[in-house]
Design a binder for this molecule. Sequence first.
Ligand code: ATP
Length: 366
Amino acid sequence: MAEVVLKDLVKTYPGNESRATDAVSLEVADGEFMVLLGPSGCGKTTLLRMVAGLELPDSGQIVIGDRDVTYLEPRRRNLSMVFQSYAVFPNKSVADNIGFGLRVRGVGADDVRRKVAWAAELLQLTPYLDRYPAKLSGGQRQRVAVARAIVMDADVLLMDEPLSNLDALLRLSFRAELKKLVGELGTTTLYVTHDQVEALSLGDRVAVMREGAVVQCAAPTSVYDEPADTFVGGFLGSPPMNFLTGTVGHDGTALRLDLGGQSVPVPPALASYKGSDLTLGIRPESVTVEEPGTTAIADDTATVRGALQVLEPLGSAVLLTTEVCGQTVKVQAPAAFRTEPSSELRLCIPAGQCRWYDPETGLLLE
Ligand code: ATP
C-alpha cells in the first residue's frame, strides 16, 4: 500500500487550447478511497491516466509511496486499473482472465491458482471459474475485471467509471459490494465517476473537479453540507442546492437579505455585504413547509411565501417546485404531503442550514 501525491499536474492535449488538468494537486492517504467527481470533460480520466502512466503530464509530479513515478512506464508503477468497458479476454475462462496478470508477471502456477480462488471467492465468482465471458452477465463480467485487478497486490487501485455499464439495480448492489471489498483490502484507491451518489457513497473523500481543477476535496458529508462554491452545491444533490440572490439591507435591528418584497435574516458576520448582493444556499430537504395553524416556529427559522408551481410524488418523498420572489426554490417534503394546486406555501428556512455565497465569485463565505 502507498500514498499517492499529485503535485501541480498540468496536461494539455495537442489541438486543444484549454488545459485538461490545470495544476492539480491532490494527496491520497495510504489506504484511502478517493473519488474524483465532476461533469463530463472536467479532466477526471486524464488525471487517472497520468497516475497510471498512460498519459504523461506537461509538468508536475506524481509520487506513489516514496517513488517519483511521473515518467515511469505503467508496468513499473505497481498499480491495477479497472476500466468502464470491462476489457476481459473473450477467449479465456474466468479463471484465466483473473490470473492473466499474475502469469505475465511470472508467478508460479500454484500461487496463481491460490490467488484466483481467493479473488473469485471475494467476488462471488467461484461457480463461474470455468465459464467464458460470453456466458456471463454484465455484472459478472465487471466482477471478473475487478478480481483481475485485486489479485495483483498493487499499491494503488485505479477505477474509471467501473459501474457505468451496469443497469441501475446491479449498479446499486455492486456499489455496496465494491465498498465492502475495497474496505477489507485497504488498498489506496482512486475512483473516477460523474455520478454524485456513487461518489458520496463510496469515497472516504471526494475531490470535485471543474474545468481541469479540483474545486473541493473533503469527506462526502462536508462536500454535501458545506459546498465550497455554488458550482459544487449545484452539482451535488438531487435536486441540487437552491440558491436565492438578493441585496443585503438593514431593517433597523438586523441585517436582512431583500429578495424583492420578502426577506430573510443575514448573519451579523456578513455585515460587510450591506448594500451588496449576496446568495443564500439551502438544500431542498432543509426547507420545510409550515403546517397551517402552526404557531411555534423556531426563533432561528425564517419563513417566506412560496407559490407552488409543481408537486411531484417520488415515492419516498414529494418534490415541490415553488417560486419565491421570482426565484425557484425546490422543497423535499414528506411522502404524505398534499396540498391544493397553485397554493401559496409558507416555507421555513432554518438559519443553521443556510450557506452564504458571494454571487460574483460563487465562493462560500465563512
Ligand atoms: P468524461 O467523464 O466525459 O470521461 P473527464 O472528466 O474524464 O470526462 P477527460 O476525458 O479527462 O474528462 O477530458 C478532459 C478534457 O481533455 C476534455 O476537454 C477533453 O475533450 C480533452 N481530451 C481528453 N482526451 C483527449 C485527447 N486524447 N485529445 C484531445 N483532447 C482530449
